[in-house]
Design a protein around this ligand. Structure first.
Ligand code: ATP
Ligand code: MG
Length: 448
């Protein structure tokens, strides 16, 4: 790999400034890995032999964010970008599979590279010394391989989050995990129990949204089931139904890989059939059914996402999509309006994406019919969704105050009337027009 790495001007300037005071400094980690792969790095990290105070003294106090100082990190903010400058360090002993007891600042780059997680992340570069690759990281990039720096068992015992980081890089980069590292991941997966929910969730979402998610979930479901044991019954669960050719887990993984790599959609795909094993019944013709599974899947999604400390907005969107994923009314305007009333306009297309991916993970012989149906729903949606459409109370052209103005004052009555008007609009029996709605409201009021 003879690729020349091109440091951004600001990174060059920081390195040169530190060099001018006699310190070593390099761009390090993911930015070098990505540059060697011709990918645009998301950020540039710098490591240096200067102690944090020396870094501060050298770079001046301007544009400095002193947040991670005690861990040896000085953050510089230039041109709207943050650059983390970390003093070369080794980690002290680890007692809890999470954090070193202390960090020890050192002057030697080699020691700093040795404490990094994977060979492809243990690369450093500056223009005068060129690429520093002490652990054959370049070969591993060429061979598309994730391999621990040093002994995998020791490295995963030090910090068990590295187990998920390995899966995450494999999913994002499409790299295979090297045998010894892979063996150690399976062996030490239980150590993830010592890692906080927030750190797990952040890596889990990166695993799910990676391009190579299918391989990772098929090969490392034992790791995922350490923090989501709810998936265990799905693995190998035969569906015995003509719509399906895969077991519940393999189907789930196929659906995830067929939906776009966006957090909510991938999480919804992950959970959509999790309620299947517990709702399984078999009829007299030996056909399997899963009546009511979306409701159970929704409960499981809610439990797991709360436990993993996902944010409320993510949880409620995932729940909604999981709950509604199996709705299959015939493709008529009225039914689409009813679906819209349940999803809200902003989630309807997300639901169709989930339904599309769900179909892609089922029996290919029945696929065309299912895709045609989803297409129909989308066409109707496009013609239904106009400025005058109303699928929620908010979109009705009148509200409670309008009703008060025509003499309907009781709160409970107002609620009933508005709901009734919305139902009529959704059913296509009434136009969403202010005058017509008010007329209908007084009619309903007389009958209440
Ligand atoms: P990304 O492109 O997602 O930012 P990255 O490789 O830069 O990927 P970061 O989490 O930003 O990953 O970490 C920066 C570098 O710090 C890594 O490349 C690796 O060298 C080191 N590193 C990060 N976390 C760990 C860890 N838990 N154990 C050992 N080294 C780590
Ligand atoms: Mg990074």
């Amino acid at each position: 790999m003879d690729k020349k790495i091109k440091l951004p001007e600001n990174v060059k300037r920081i390195i040169e400034t530190l060099n001018s005071k006699g310190y070593n400094a390099y761009a390090v980690g993911g930015c070098i890995r990505d540059s060697l792969m011709n990918k645009c790095p998301s950020d540039w990290d710098i490591c240096t032999s200067s102690l944090p105070q020396e870094t501060l003294d050298t770079l001046g106090k301007n544009n400095i964010i002193e947040n991670g100082l005690k861990h040896g990190t000085v953050t510089v903010h230039i041109d709207n970008e943050n650059y983390e400058i970390t003093t070369f360090r080794t980690d002290g002993i680890y007692l809890d599979n999470r954090h070193p007891e202390n960090v020890i600042f050192v002057r030697d780059l080699k020691e700093d590279l040795s404490r990094r997680d994977f060979t492809v992340n243990a690369l450093a570069y500056n223009d005068s010394d060129g690429l520093i690759d002490l652990f054959k990281g370049t070969d591993d990039i060429k061979n598309r391989c994730i391999r621990c720096v040093g002994d995998p068992d020791r490295r995963f015992n030090e910090d068990a989050l590295r187990i998920l980081r390995a899966l995450r890089f494999s999913s994002q980069l499409g790299f295979t995990i090297e045998d010894e590292t892979s063996y150690s991941i399976h062996k030490n997966a239980m150590l993830l129990k010592n890692i906080s929910a927030e750190r797990i969730m952040s890596e889990f979402v990166k695993i799910l949204t990676g391009a190579n998610v299918e391989d990772v979930l098929m090969n490392y479901y034992d790791v995922v089931s350490v923090f989501i044991p709810e998936i265990k019954p799905m693995i190998g669960f035969r569906q015995r139904n003509p719509h399906h050719i895969y077991d519940v887990w393999k189907h789930t993984v196929k659906v995830i890989s067929h939906i776009e790599p966006q957090k909510v959609l991938r999480l919804a795909a992950f959970f959509h059939d999790s309620g299947k094993p517990s709702t399984f019944t078999i009829d007299k013709n030996n056909i399997g059914h899963f009546h009511g599974h979306p409701d159970i899947s929704e409960l499981i999604a809610n439990d797991v996402l709360r436990r993993l400390k996902a944010d409320n907005n993510t949880i409620s969107k995932v729940r909604l999509l999981v709950k509604l994923h199996d709705l299959r009314p015939s493709a008529t305007s009225k039914n689409v309006r009813k679906m819209l009333a349940k999803t809200g306009a902003e989630n309807f297309l997300l639901l169709l994406k989930l339904k599309w991916a769900d179909a892609m993970g089922q029996n290919p012989l029945l696929l065309n019919e299912k895709l045609k149906y989803i297409d129909e729903l989308e066409k109707i949606y496009n013609s239904e969704i106009t400025g005058d459409s109303a699928f929620t109370l908010k979109q009705l052209k009148i509200n409670g105050s309008d009703l008060k103005r025509i003499g309907i004052n009781e709160g409970k009555k107002i609620g009933i009337i508005l709901k009734c008007l919305l139902d009529c609009v959704i059913e296509g029996e009434l136009e969403n027009d202010q005058e017509k709605l008010l007329g209908a409201a007084s009619e309903i009021n007389k009958r209440l």
